[in-house]
Structure formats: structure tokens, C-alpha cells
Design a protein around this ligand. Structure first.
Ligand SMILES: [Fe+2]
Length: 185
């Protein structure tokens, strides 16, 4: 069964060996390699939500449960991250910054679809958007190399692709909105 204390101990061993998130990816990959164990430890994901499993200035561990067909806008983290999917699918678009006369925009650069048991490292400068393409919830363990909730970051308007301030409260409300939408499906 997934054990948070053991996971944090493994994380500490990993970052002591390598300050980057390379070995942390392996810790996350190991955890999500056994989805049944993760679900036994964290519970069956039933509704869209962000569960804070651990939060310190150096480390944030989240159980992110995406609602069906839910999308989160392009955003950055300004710290490294690792996403590991234990049920469902996360479709990532990776974006790069471009400067246009109209302002600081992004353009799509690449994409990666993460399925069950996949763990993906994201560098500090990464900008991504995430869609759950499924008509059921997707569950993922997200690990961040810092305090995810205290950093002032950016998101990009989905229509104009222009940069603006990331609104944490608004983004967390999207999960509740997804639950309402799901209830009405
Ligand atoms: Fe993200």
C-alpha cells in the first residue's frame, strides 16, 4: 500500500543523492507502478479535487484528481515538478514563450499523453496545460520542488494566449466546477 511517510523518506534519499528532480521521478514512477497500492493508500478517486498530502517550503506532494474532460490552462510552476498518473490519463501540451507585438504570448511546442504508471519530470521553466480526456476521473501524484501554494506564477489566456497572473483560488474552484458539470452529465 502507498505509504506517504515512506514516499517522503524515499524523496529525501533521492534529493540527497541528486539535487535535481531526476531521481525524484524514479520515486514517483515506483509509486505509480502499482496503481492498486496507490488507491489502497489514498482512496478511490471519486470527485475532482486537489488533496494536499504534504506541503513545506522545499516540497509539495499533491493527490490531483481531475474531473472528466477537465482542462487547466497553460501555466508555469517556477519550480521543478513530477507528475505520476495512477489512474486515467493526463494529456499535456507544452508551451514556449514568444514575443509578439501584442505582448508576451505562448505557442504550443510539444505534447505528451501520460497514462497509468507514467511519471513525467517537468523542469522549472516548463509551461503546460493539462486535459483529462476521459469521461471519468484521472488520479495523479504531483510532486513539486518547493511550496506550490506560495509562488506567484503565470497562466496564459486560452483564447489570446497572453500571459497573466495565475489565480490559485480560481484554479482550485475549477475542480468544484468540474464536479458540478460531472453531476449534470
Ligand atoms: Fe501544472
Amino acid at each position: 500500500m502507498f505509504d506517504l511517510d515512506q514516499f517522503i523518506a524515499d524523496y529525501n534519499t533521492a534529493v540527497r543523492a541528486d539535487r535535481s528532480h531526476k531521481l525524484v521521478r524514479e520515486v514517483v514512477a515506483r509509486a505509480v507502478s502499482d496503481p492498486t497500492a496507490v488507491i489502497a493508500g489514498l482512496g478511490e478517486p471519486r470527485r475532482a479535487e486537489v488533496q494536499k498530502l504534504y506541503n513545506s517550503p522545499e516540497l509539495t506532494i499533491l493527490n490531483v484528481i481531475w474531473g472528466p474532460l477537465m482542462t487547466i490552462l497553460p501555466h508555469n510552476h517556477l519550480m521543478w515538478a513530477v507528475s505520476g498518473v495512477y489512474t486515467g490519463r493526463e494529456d499535456n501540451i507544452f508551451w514556449r514563450r514568444i514575443q509578439e507585438n501584442t505582448g508576451a504570448k505562448v505557442e504550443a511546442a510539444s505534447a505528451k499523453s501520460l497514462g497509468e504508471r507514467d511519471a513525467e519530470p517537468l523542469g522549472c521553466d516548463i509551461i503546460h496545460s493539462v486535459t483529462n480526456p476521459l469521461s471519468r476521473v484521472t488520479g495523479a501524484i504531483h510532486v513539486y520542488g518547493g511550496d506550490f501554494f506560495s509562488v506567484s506564477r503565470s497562466e496564459w489566456d486560452p483564447e489570446t494566449l497572453l500571459e497573466r497572473n495565475y489565480d490559485m483560488e480560481k484554479n482550485l474552484r475549477l475542480f468544484e466546477a468540474a464536479n458540478l458539470a460531472y453531476a449534470n452529465l
